[in-house]
Design a protein around this ligand. Structure first.
Ligand SMILES: Cc1cc2nc3c(=O)[nH]c(=O)nc-3n(C[C@H](O)[C@H](O)[C@H](O)COP(=O)(O)OP(=O)(O)OC[C@H]3O[C@@H](n4cnc5c(N)ncnc54)[C@H](O)[C@@H]3O)c2cc1C
Length: 403
């Protein structure tokens, strides 16, 4: 593995850095609202070929040749500058790449551009009360009635559904088919009559999750993605993109740097906590994992640059599992450093922000939040099975008898 970027890529990095000198916006533009500033800068970044690089221009992207290394450089530099890049949302990060692979031309043109800018927000309607890890057992149904699907049933743990304009979801359209074969992937307008969104209170104090109930909700027939009854394959594509969004090594490195700062600034027995050998040992252990994540990430990019097929990309399968474990470990060290301040409740600002922790209550929020990503997008046990079975070809785990 060659960890050096070639001169051409270093030149590209310099171009990105020059472009990023334009963030934060200055003068008159700095008076715009935060959302307007981000949208303006993101539009410039698309124009310059840095954001949504390989999404074709007709769907709102920059229309550049795919290049994993350039993507990595852009991610690193934008993250470092705190500049708005690719949105890590359900719409831009999960639906858009899925539609590029499976959507009709009309769906791509209609739904991808506003998902990329964030003008239309999306939520993911997969999980149901009895169907999480065993997702294919889902029961929420869609029946074709003329030129509409009629949806009935319930979804749960639907993040941000109360703020979403649309849902991409899985619905049982063939009740008599075997469980994986009877599912279709539909795009649902959340303003449709018959949808009831009920927020759920989480332990962080926020209500990001919801339950969504469908009572004879009519969805245009053309909002079917892929073929009828073949939604399982479409949903797998979305999940790969979701897992790729979780476990970002840049974010881990920044959070680790903040953790070291916290250890420097926390006074224990009259001395900075970082002078305690036990604390330093824990920091070194966590940094080992952070470095491994960075190296594994580089390995994944090298493989993708060489065009190696998915089977050779076990690091990608491991990224989510490994990333969520590492962040939990890191946050646990921070939580222990907080001492009695760890009993403080997160503030509204902590709950709303995706930004860096850096305050005692921010660290508390980040610690509690760190437990969720190991479950979202497929629980860690399931991820272990996938790595073992698909990555290494080990014998299949025991499965319950088919219903
Ligand atoms: C932060 C967060 C955000 C989420 N956002 C969304 C969203 O937007 N949309 C959505 O549809 N869902 C969402 N979910 C739901 C998530 O996809 C499910 O929680 C997840 O798939 C697990 O399902 P479950 O909660 O029903 O747990 P279960 O499937 O009941 O699992 C319980 C435990 O049993 C283990 N287990 C289950 N089956 C096996 C097996 N075969 N082998 C070994 N162990 C097993 C699991 O690993 C887990 O530890 C979100 C969850 C979280 C935490």
């Amino acid at each position: 593995m060659d960890l050096q970027y070639s001169e051409a890529y270093q030149e590209f990095r310099r171009e990105v850095q020059v472009f990023l000198a334009g963030w934060p916006l200055q003068a008159e533009e700095a008076k715009l609202s935060a959302e307007e500033q981000e949208a303006l800068f993101r539009a410039r970044a698309i124009e310059a070929g840095f954001v949504y690089r390989d999404i074709p221009k007709q769907y709102g992207g920059a229309g550049c040749e795919p290049d994993g290394l350039k993507d990595a450089i852009v991610r690193e530099e934008f993250y470092r500058a705190g500049a708005p890049g690719n949105l890590p949302t359900q719409g831009a990060g999960m639906l858009a790449p899925t539609l590029l692979e499976f959507g009709s031309e009309a769906q791509k043109k209609r739904f991808i551009p506003p998902a990329l800018t964030g003008e239309e927000a999306w939520c993911q309607g997969y999980s149901e009360p009895g169907s999480g890890s065993d997702l294919a057992s889902l029961q929420c149904s869609a029946r074709l009635d003329g030129d509409h699907w009629v949806v009935n049933g319930q979804k749960i743990w639907t993040s941000n559904a109360h703020e979403a304009d649309f849902m991409f979801g899985l619905f049982r359209t063939e009740p008599d088919a075997s469980k994986h074969a009877g599912i279709s992937y539909l795009l649902v307008d959340m303003k449709s009559p018959g949808i009831d969104v009920r927020p759920l209170r989480e332990m962080t104090g926020s209500s990001e999750f919801t339950e969504v109930f469908f009572d004879d909700v009519r969805v245009p027939a053309e909002n079917l993605v892929g073929k009828r009854g073949e939604g399982w394959a479409v949903s797998r594509a979305t999940l790969v993109h979701e897992r790729n969004l979780i476990g970002n090594p840049n974010m881990m490195r920044e959070t680790f740097d903040d953790l070291v700062e916290l250890a420097r600034n926390t006074i224990r027995n009259g001395r900075p906590a970082i002078e305690d050998a036990h604390v330093r040992q824990r920091l070194v252990e966590v940094e080992g994992y952070v470095r491994t994540a960075e190296t594994s990430n580089m390995r994944q990019f090298s493989a993708s640059v060489r065009g190696e097929p998915l089977k050779a990309m076990r690091p990608m399968m491991m990224a989510k599992l490994y990333g969520t474990d590492t962040v939990q470990m890191l946050q646990a060290v921070a939580y222990d450093l907080l001492g009695s301040e760890g009993m403080l409740a997160p503030t509204e600002e902590d709950i709303r922000g995706w930004s860096r922790s850096n305050t005692p209550t921010g660290w508390v929020e980040a610690y509690i939040f760190s437990l969720g990503p190991a479950i979202a997008g497929g629980a860690s046990n399931i991820q272990l099975n996938i790595i073992g079975e698909r990555g290494y070809g080990l014998p299949r785990d025991l499965r319950p008898p088919a219903k």
